[in-house]
Design a protein around this ligand. Sequence first.
Ligand SMILES: Cc1ncc(COP(=O)(O)O)c(C=O)c1O
Length: 463
Amino acid sequence: MTEDLINNKDIYFPSYLGSNDKLITLLNRASQTLCDWFSNSNKNGPLPFDENFKCIMPEKDGNSAEDLFSEIESLLNNSFNPVHPGSLAHLDPPPLVFSILGDLIAAGLNNNLLAYELSPSVTLLEESLCKWFAMKLGFKDSSGGIAASGGTLSNLNALIAARNNAGLGSNPNSVLLVSEDAHSSFIKCIRIMGLNDTNLVKIKTDNQGRMDINNLRKSLDKCLTENKKIFAIVATLGTTVRGAIDPIKEISDICKKRKIWLHIDGSIGGIFAVTSIPIEGLNNICQANSITINPQKIIGITKTSSLLLVSDINALKNAFSTGLPYISSIEDTTNRGELGIQGSRPAEVIKLWLGLRFLGLDGIEDILKSSIKRKEFFIENISKNKFEIYSGPLHIVSFLPKGLTTKDSDFWTQAKVNELMKNNFMLSRPKFKGKYYLRVVMGNYNTKYSHIEELLRFLETYQ
Ligand SMILES: Cc1ncc(COP(=O)(O)O)c(C=O)c1O
């Protein structure tokens, strides 16, 4: 059916005439292939990778559509499958159906969020959606935001704005304070900003994995005596290994008093703020200068989808605006390329917007509540006398049999990950406080209590 398509140069691009029947045929076939992959996931497991997977490179002649569809099938069959109910390793849930559609539309649109003239409707959409989120989080009218491809980049946008706001430029004495359990990408951010690892001050956490306020105060005083210039404190709203939430009210009081920029890394937990789910610290997030939210991590907006929201949009303009001499501008609309690090950017906000519109606030709440319930079910049913368990208010649990040495933790977790994978459960293996743990992330809506019971049986019996 699709065999002759490659010989016809018309299909290089969509046609501006007629009904694009050939493209429709290709898209239908692609939809069918993708949906077959979804429905076969139970057969293949969460990570059916075969080392012999062939990566064939482009040749002189283009390949036929048939060849390419067979390559696509092979690619899919050798991919991580987030739809499988045993996919519980990372913050990579199944894709929301309306986000899949959104990605397709964004690809076809091929608009560019660099500038209004290259993406008029999508520019307004991104601006409005950022504002909507910012207001939901409790920011005022001066607020706004910018999309980026992931939590790392949203955090980096915030830190650059914070340093600029503090007037520190490339001052080598500039420091950033984060908790010792903050995401590893803050080291990368610091390096990109021309600083080094010593410019990242790590604050100890308490026994719940939250930033220790006394240690924060001591570190702030130490920075002062050493003439270090603090450009921001980061509070994490959902740490990567155990889902802990830093004491946002106390940290924001300190930031206000000392006039320090507060950034909240809400990559994991920030999205809870648009629901009525009572999570500690959420009431106070509007005290921050900037917040990262990363809806790809729990509610299934397809990658990548991350937003940086700021209480004052001028902070982004001041840090990033250079003028775009080759682009026309219109009054009262900022070209989005002037608000962050990225220049050309796809219209990825469409999949966020469609995903959210499709779910509604009730749907978002349903997905988040169900994640927490699965986590609670897991914790209720795991043997507390056998395992040490680390988990905060969110949907992440790290655990390890009690009494293991560092070496044994390495051995046990590796063996366990392999055994579980053979039985179609994919868990991760973070290194945390010097030992390896198993981590389960309960963000997969396809995972039922019966799957969790099965997982627990493997954990308990294979010890
Ligand atoms: C708390 C936190 N912040 C930031 C990030 C980085 O996000 P990304 O991988 O989307 O850049 C992660 C990733 O898991 C995270 O858990």
